[in-house]
Design a protein around this ligand. Structure first.
Ligand SMILES: Cc1cc2nc3c(=O)[nH]c(=O)nc-3n(C[C@H](O)[C@H](O)[C@H](O)COP(=O)(O)OP(=O)(O)OC[C@H]3O[C@@H](n4cnc5c(N)ncnc54)[C@H](O)[C@@H]3O)c2cc1C
Length: 310
């Protein structure tokens, strides 16, 4: 049985109180911890998705990924800059104090899709979105034996066991977190999940002990629509009762969804875990800088809180 989790709104609108203070401290410390994994398998699930199964070089470190309080647990994959000498063993705290910022590695966030403690395996699903960027192309080229250095895991959300129903909305990048979250809802709890993928091949079998309604949207079926997911959610019927919603994906779509859910559906921020996981047309560094700027603008705007993306 899931533990009883108090609900408290945080500035991000996520279920911050899913984590009691001691666990929050543990999460902060975990976020700074580096684990060295090695790729065991790299499977092409479909043309847009590569599943990496990796094992820690020290098998005991699999415990860092087991029994986590959050269902959207994610790591930051570390991409070293070519030509830079990093401390061995790699230590991000030392990197930050000893090296100039330009030499710090690039980081990319990825959800822990599954963990098998017995096999000491961690599974991460990488969207392959073409040859641009670091993480997508890395996953597409990954081979058994390759190093996978990660910071974390951290997390922000777990399905509220006292919610009347759950709403989970996302695109391919959020699908691993939705899959992990569906697996952890209370038995019998109503869940409506809407997932946007490129085409039918992107669908996955998702396990859920709740009463799941799962709607798949294919971008390929909507060539003229910029945001098929947003259009779908705007017209979908909501169940009665208090909803707890998990909404993640492309930042432009998420911004529109946030506005819709708060302003038109009447949700309050404490019912929402919502953020842009990536942003069309810009890399992750730029996306994160834009998030910071948006938050600053939000903090000073007279109508603070209603439209920006976390
Ligand atoms: C908490 C969290 C968890 C995440 N979990 C996952 C996960 O499990 N799996 C996953 O695949 N992603 C996940 N993401 C999203 C992932 O971090 C971003 O997509 C990231 O930008 C990919 O890095 P990159 O180096 O491949 O591309 P970048 O260098 O960041 O970007 C290069 C170009 O690719 C585009 N791009 C980036 N991501 C996508 C995409 N998904 N689809 C289409 N175009 C894209 C950018 O707009 C840019 O034009 C998560 C993000 C967060 C914040």
């Amino acid at each position: 049985m899931p533990q009883s989790i108090p609900r408290v709104a945080s500035r991000k609108g996520v279920l911050a109180a899913a984590t009691p203070p001691a666990a929050q401290a543990a999460t902060r410390s975990a976020a700074a911890t580096t684990t060295r994994l090695v790729v065991r398998r790299a499977d092409t699930i479909n043309p847009h998705l590569v599943r990496i199964t990796a094992i820690p070089t020290n098998p005991a470190e699999i415990s860092r990924f087991v029994d986590l309080p959050h269902t959207d647990s994610y790591v930051k994959v570390i991409f070293k800059r070519p030509g830079v000498r990093y401390p061995e063993p790699f230590d991000m705290a030392r990197v930050r104090t000893e090296l100039p910022r330009a030499q710090w590695p690039a980081l990319r966030s990825y959800t822990v899709r599954e963990v098998d403690p017995h096999a000491a395996e961690v599974v991460v699903d990488f969207v392959y979105h073409g040859d641009s960027g670091l993480a997508g192309p890395w996953a597409a080229a990954a081979r058994p034996g390759d190093e996978l250095l990660v910071l974390g895991p951290s997390g922000n959300y777990a399905p509220d066991p006292v919610a009347d129903w759950h709403l989970m909305i996302g695109d391919d990048a959020a699908l691993p977190a939705i899959a992990a979250s569906l697996a952890r809802v209370t038995a019998g709890a109503p869940v409506h999940a809407v997932v946007e993928v490129e085409h039918e091949a992107g669908r996955q079998k998702l396990a859920c002990p709740g009463e799941l309604r799962l709607d798949w949207l294919h971008r390929s079926d909507h060539p003229d629509s910029t945001h098929p997911l947003v259009e779908y959610v705007r017209t979908m019927e909501f169940r009665p009762g208090r909803v707890h919603a998990f909404v993640h994906g492309e930042a432009g779509a998420v911004k529109l969804l946030r506005r819709h859910l708060l302003d038109e559906r009447g949700l309050t921020i404490d019912q929402l875990s919502i953020s842009g996981y990536w942003r069309r047309g810009v890399d992750d560094e730029t996306h994160r800088a834009m998030k910071v700027a948006e938050r600053a603008a939000e903090a000073t705007a007279p109508t603070a809180g209603s439209t920006s993306v976390d």
